[in-house]
Design a protein around this ligand. Sequence first.
Ligand code: PEP
Ligand code: MG
Length: 324
Amino acid sequence: AQERYASIRDKPADTLCGQHIKLKMNAGLMADLPSLEGSGAEGVGLFRTELQFLIRSHMPKRAELSELYSRVMDAAKDQRVVFRTLDIGSDKVLPYMKAEDEPNPAMGWRAIRVGLDKPGVMRMQLQALIRGAKGRHLSIMFPFVAQRSEFTAARAEMDKALERERILGHPQPASIEVGAMLETPSLAFAPDDFYREVDFISVGGNDLKQFFFAADRENERVRKRYDTLNVSFLNFLEGIVYRCATTGTPLSFCGEDAGRPVEAACLAAIGFRTLSMRPASIGPVKSLLRRLDLRELRDVIHSERDSGAETVRGAVMEHLRGKF
Ligand code: PEP
Ligand code: MG
């Protein structure tokens, strides 16, 4: 199967209807980076920076991090890397940070909530990212933003870090994009101003689905009850696509579903144009996309939805038969 995908590695993920879907990869460790070339990914859509913090027994130093981010950008050459700031707290506890005892860690003091309440580490990380960029382009996204003011405050931290670095004589990035991960349903209904303020939105489908269905992503028993192709969830995602289209906000999807060919095809059919996934998924997803007319698939999804089905999976599988 790997050979089959090797033959399309350098071919674009273009559908039969002429739509290009950007396939990017998720990463987090230096060891992931050789995959950028091998997989045919168009850049890194999600670099999980917390992994570098989790594999150490001590808080990494700023210089150590900036060196690492610089090497990541070197390895990516001219491709963009979207660095997600620390997504820690609660269940992802750093061995050198005092753990909070929380009844519902996934909905607790995590990610940007920690970053804003105790900004020391986030500031250090932002500085390290700016230094690592060494005057190149820099893309950053904040995890688990649930309301606009959190993004505004985080972006202000970024602006302060840029100013501090400028005063210290470090080069400013040639260009900067600052985005938000959409992982809580609340953001889908945020005012238009939020959509206009962010440079891009990346849907973190793993968390978003967990909170949409109120089903713990770590708990197989409840997680498996709810299909990603459930009509309610697809309607919800279509609403996000629509809002981003009307506000001109670049949108991508970076949860695990982006790397599952059937789910990825449906995401593309409802309007997602950038998908970020583990490197090994790029071949299978691309292979399927290249055999699809997304308009046909969208019609299948909509007519199945309009017929009152709970999930469109059956109809979608029927439509995709023979295309894998
Ligand atoms: C997500 O929630 O979909 C996501 C990409 O982030 P993580 O899986 O690291 O929470
Ligand atoms: Mg997440």
